[in-house]
Design a protein around this ligand. Structure first.
Ligand SMILES: [Cu+2]
Length: 343
């Protein structure tokens, strides 16, 4: 398996081109609508309205993207389609506030963690770092920039952030049943953010969530559509994976899971524990006692973004899987699990 990983990364470049071409040519469903580079010929000219291409919402959100459209901002829209194991997305977008909609067209859970390369780092540096089984290696050379978190097949989710100019990449850290994170299977897509932001105003949210070391402060939400303003009060990067808890499962159940000794020797277990949002699929028998229903991937300390949610009533939890800067443990093991009751 180790030998296969460099090969997967080496063919990444051509794989992305193929993905972009097939996306643009097949279904008239362009990868993006915000002044894309690769999908320009297929993209509609009307690019300023969010959600035009984001109608594929299914189980978790009937039309979660609509709240981005109605929130008053002039956010540009960027559509990302995920499958095994690639993103179909534009390679360049203008700087500014951008609503990123992830459509999961695959058979596994996927996320779209946007990361900005730190000064002096290149995509080659990132791809090399991502070959390290420890995701901390890759995370050290980037700044987390949000994006929709883990979604089940057939569903979609939207988050909105202010993208500053620079070199970025979409990454999926969710692990397959074999324990290998999707980034190691080639699920990496570069994105250049260009120009000067025309719009830096985030949509106005109707709920707020603050991420801290190591807690979530939003406990209740009414059923249906919300735009949640998410602020990271740091000092570390954090995410908010939203999971629907299985019957009989509580946040205390999760706390016990994460704080008890992690099973060693199981690739799925170690991969899941170490990866941001790698809750993934460990197979029917060993899967986690929840279903991912979106949320927002990691954002840097001191930053704010929004996430659209459209949840039916039920018992949910926020989980942060980002590895701790000193111990390497997922923040969840340090207490970063929060109950969310939707009524
Ligand atoms: Cu965290």
């Amino acid at each position: 398996m180790r030998l296969a990983r460099p090969a997967a990364l080496l063919i990444l470049g051509s794989g992305l081109l193929l993905a972009a071409c097939s996306g643009a040519g097949s279904a008239g469903s362009p990868a993006t609508s915000a002044a894309p580079t690769t999908a320009a010929s297929a993209a509609p000219a009307t690019s300023s309205e969010p959600s035009a291409s984001a109608g594929a919402s299914a189980s978790a959100g009937a039309s979660g993207q609509a709240s981005a459209a109605s929130s008053g901002g002039a956010a540009a829209a960027l559509s990302v389609t995920a499958k095994e194991y690639a993103f179909d997305v534009a390679t360049s977008v203008p700087a500014g506030v951008t609503a990123i909609t992830l459509n999961n067209a695959g058979k596994e859970t996927h996320q779209a963690q946007l990361v900005k390369l730190n000064a002096g780092k290149t995509m080659a540096d990132l791809q090399a770092a991502l070959q390290n089984p420890d995701p901390s290696a890759g995370l050290k050379i980037v700044t987390l920039a949000g994006g929709p978190n883990a979604l089940p097949p057939g569903s979609s989710g939207t988050t909105t952030a202010n993208l500053e100019p620079g070199s970025y990449a979409f990454l999926c850290f969710v692990s397959s049943a074999d324990g290998i994170p999707h980034v190691a299977k080639g699920m990496v897509a570069p994105l250049e953010v260009t120009g000067t932001a025309a719009n830096t105003q985030l949509p106005s949210g109707d709920a707020s969530l603050t991420l801290k070391d190591f807690s979530f402060d939003l406990n209740q939400l009414s059923a249906g559509k919300h735009t949640v303003t998410v602020k990271n009060d740091g000092p570390q990067s954090h995410e908010a994976t939203i999971v629907k808890l299985n019957d009989g499962v509580t946040v205390d159940t999760l706390r016990t899971m994460f704080t008890s000794s992690q099973p060693s020797g199981s690739p799925a277990a170690s991969g899941g524990a170490a990866s941001p949002a790698a809750s993934g699929s460990g197979g029917p028998a060993s899967g986690p006692p929840w279903t991912e229903v979106g949320g927002i991937t990691g954002i840097a300390p001191g930053t704010t973004a929004t996430m659209d949610v459209d949840l039916p009533a039920g018992n949910y939890a926020f989980i942060c899987f980002i590895p701790d800067a000193t111990t390497g443990k997922p923040h969840a093991a340090l207490g970063m699990i929060g109950a969310l009751t939707v009524q």
